[in-house]
Ligand binder design. Structure first.
Ligand code: NAG
Length: 343
C-alpha cells in the first residue's frame, strides 16, 4: 500500500533509486534462528537510521551504548527478547529477521521492512512483515532468517550464557526445537517460541514472495530504528501481544551476579566462542537430539570463528558483495551461519 511512497522517499533521500527499485520485491526463502546475540544492525553507522537497533544486556534490559560488543565476542550485547515474532491477526504476523537482499548491503537492509507472503508449508498464504535487524555472510540473496526463540542458535550461541540454555542451544543447533516445548523456556521467550507452533504452524523454512514496505510503527517502537525518510505506519498492531513494561535503559555494565536468568551460567568461567563451541561438541551426545551432521557443523563453526573467514565449498550460499566487512572482529557474533535444517 505505501511501498511506492516508501520507495520514492528512499530514492529521494539516498539517491539509490535504481538499487532500491531492484530490491523492491522478489522470491526467496526463509530459515529460522535465535542465538541471543547482538544483531549486526545494532552497531552504529551501518545505515542512515534514527538509531541502531536496540540491544539488551544479559538481564534483557535495554543497553544505551551501541558500541557494547556482542555477548559471543566477550561483550554484554544480546538480542532483546521483545524482538520476537507475534501474530497481529490470523493472517498477519510481525517480527524481525536477519536478511540478505540481492544487490544491497547493510546500508540498504538495516531496519528496512519487508512484507513476506509465505508460499509453502502450512503457513502458505499468510503474511508477515519483518524488520531487518541482522544479516549473515552465509545468507543467500533473498533469504530471510526469521528470529524466533527456539529456532536454533546456529554458529554463535549467547543463549547458554544469557538464559542457561543447553550448550548448543535449545534443540538442534540448526533448526532448534522440533516440538512445542516452549513452556520450558524463559518466560520472556515463551510467546515468541509458541508463535512458531501456533500461528506459523511449525512450518519448516517456508518459501516467500517478498516486497519492501514502510515499517509498521509496532516494529520500529521495539527496535527504536527508523530509516531516514521513512514514517512508520499504523500503531496498534501490537495490542494482541501480552503487555510487558519496557524496562529503563541502562548503561553497559558487567552483569550483576544476582541476575536470576544468568545465575547458573555465571557459575561457569567465561570462555571464548571457539571454546564454547568445542564444549558444545562434548555436550552434544548428552543432549540427545543432536545429529552427526550438527556435530560436524559445530566443528566447522569452530574453524569459522577462529579464522573469521567464510568456509569454502558451501556452494548453495552466495556470499554478499560486502563479505570482506564480515571479517571485522566485532562481527563475530551476529554473523549467522545457518544451514538448511533437514529434520
Ligand atoms: C490483519 O492485520 C493487518 C495489519 O494491521 C491488516 O492490514 C489486515 O487487514 C488484518 N487482517 C484481518 C483479516 O483482520
Amino acid at each position: 500500500m505505501s511501498s511506492i511512497r516508501s520507495l520514492a522517499l528512499l530514492a529521494l533521500s539516498t539517491g539509490f533509486a535504481s538499487l532500491s527499485a531492484a530490491q523492491a520485491s522478489g522470491s526467496g526463502s526463509t530459515t529460522r534462528y535465535w542465538d541471543c546475540c547482538k544483531g549486526s544492525c545494532s552497531w552504529p553507522g551501518k545505515a542512515d537510521v534514527s538509531s541502531p537497533v536496540q540491544m539488551c544486556g544479559i538481564n534483557d534490559t535495554p543497553l544505551s551504548d551501541p558500541n557494547e560488543k556482542s555477548a559471543s565476542d566477550g561483550g554484554n550485547g544480546y538480542m532483546c527478547s521483545d524482538q520476537s515474532p507475534w501474530a497481529v491477526n490470523e493472517t498477519m504476523s510481525y517480527g524481525f529477521a536477519a536478511v540478505n537482499i540481492p544487490g544491497g548491503s547493510e546500508a540498504s537492509w538495516c531496519c528496512a521492512c519487508y512484507e513476506l507472503t509465505f508460499t509453502s508449508e502450512k503457513v502458505a498464504g499468510k503474511k508477515m512483515i519483518v524488520q531487518a535487524t541482522n544479516t549473515g555472510a552465509d545468507l543467500a540473496g533473498g533469504q530471510f532468517d526469521l528470529a524466533m526463540p527456539g529456532g536454533g542458535v546456529g554458529i554463535y550461541n549467547a543463549c547458554t550464557k544469557q538464559w542457561g540454555a543447553p550448550a548448543q542451544g535449545w534443540g538442534e543447533q540448526y533448526g532448534g526445537i522440533a516440538t512445542d516445548e516452549c513452556d520450558t523456556f524463559p518466560s520472556a521467550l515463551q510467546p515468541g517460541c509458541s508463535w512458531r507452533f501456533d500461528w506459523f504452524g511449525n512450518s519448516d523454512n517456508p518459501d516467500v514472495d517478498w516486497k519492501q514496505v514502510t515499517c509498521p510503527k509496532a516494529l520500529t517502537d521495539k527496535t527504536g530504528c527508523i530509516r531516514q525518510g521513512e514514517t512508520p505506519t499504523g500503531g496498534d498492531e501490537g495490542s494482541d501481544e501480552p503487555s510487558t513494561p519496557k524496562p529503563k535503559p541502562t548503561t553497559a555494565a558487567p552483569p550483576a551476579s544476582s541476575s536470576p536468568a544468568a545465575a547458573s551460567s555465571y557459575a561457569a568461567p567465561a570462555s571464548s566462542s571457539a571454546a564454547a563451541e568445542s564444549s558444545s561438541v562434548a555436550a552434544a551426545s548428552s543432549y540427545g537430539a543432536s545429529s552427526a551432521s550438527s556435530a560436524a557443523a559445530v566443528s566447522s563453526s569452530a574453524d569459522y570463528s577462529s579464522t573469521k573467514e567464510a568456509p569454502t565449498g558451501y556452494g548453495s550460499m552466495s556470499a554478499p558483495a560486502s563479505s570482506a566487512s564480515y571479517a571485522a572482529p566485532e562481527e563475530s557474533c551476529e554473523v549467522e551461519y545457518v544451514y538448511e535444517n533437514e529434520l
